[in-house]
Design a protein around this ligand. Structure first.
Ligand SMILES: Cc1cc2nc3c(=O)[nH]c(=O)nc-3n(C[C@H](O)[C@H](O)[C@H](O)COP(=O)(O)O)c2cc1C
Length: 185
């Protein structure tokens, strides 16, 4: 797929076929991730790939419970049996790093850049993916559940994302034209 087409036709996918993703595809998505730019060349990303449905459900349930407790304004939306967190995706990936001793924050940027490469590669391979920002609430309010889901001591989950075969063709997205505040010559 041509680069411009890949960038512009990628969409966040929130409905997945109940079909496993072949290991080789997951591996080539991870490979795309590690070619991202990285602060000071550190390459801090470490990946946890979760295909165990019970753990994916655990993460979704804990996220819902935590949001309801910590952000009552969202309670109505999150009090549902439906998996509105991981959307029943067959694969959940945590992009992690070692706990950043200097709190430099660069590890987060690195992992986010890796995620964008991974989204594009997934799309090129006919897969769908979505950034799972809600799950980040567990880092701040319910870190025990992150450990229970498989993140080892000494590591932090930076980016949660889901992956799988899309149930349907994604529509075109919308973007505003770039707003140039200044072009200084
Ligand atoms: C930092 C970040 C967090 C996000 N968190 C969620 C999320 O928790 N749940 C969700 O369904 N989509 C999430 N998204 C996906 C956005 O909603 C989506 O990228 C946006 O609506 C634009 O649509 P597109 O990705 O199809 O172009 C997140 C995206 C980003 C970049």
């Amino acid at each position: 797929m041509e680069l411009d087409e890949c960038i512009k036709s990628r969409r966040s996918v929130r409905a997945y076929k109940d079909e496993p993703v072949p290991r080789e595809k997951i591996e080539s998505i991870l490979e795309a991730g590690v070619w991202a730019a990285t602060g000071m060349g550190k390459q801090p990303w470490r990946f946890i790939i979760i295909e165990d449905k019970s753990i994916i459900k655990f993460v979704s349930d804990e996220t819902k419970k935590t949001v309801i407790k910590a952000m009552p304004a969202f309670a109505k939306r999150f009090e549902t049996e439906q998996d509105i967190i991981c959307y029943n995706a067959p694969v959940l990936i945590f992009i992690c790093s070692e706990v950043d001793p200097n709190f430099s924050k660069l590890y987060l940027e690195d992992c986010v850049l890796a995620a964008q490469n991974m989204f594009l590669k997934a799309h090129e391979l006919g897969l769908g993916a979505c950034y799972m920002g809600w799950i980040d609430v567990l880092n701040r309010i319910n870190p025990e559940s992150i450990k229970k889901a498989g993140v080892p001591e000494g590591y932090e989950m930076k980016v949660p994302l889901i992956l799988g075969y899309p149930k349907s063709q994604q529509g075109l997205g919308k973007r505003s034209a770039p707003v140039i505040l200044k072009w200084i010559k």
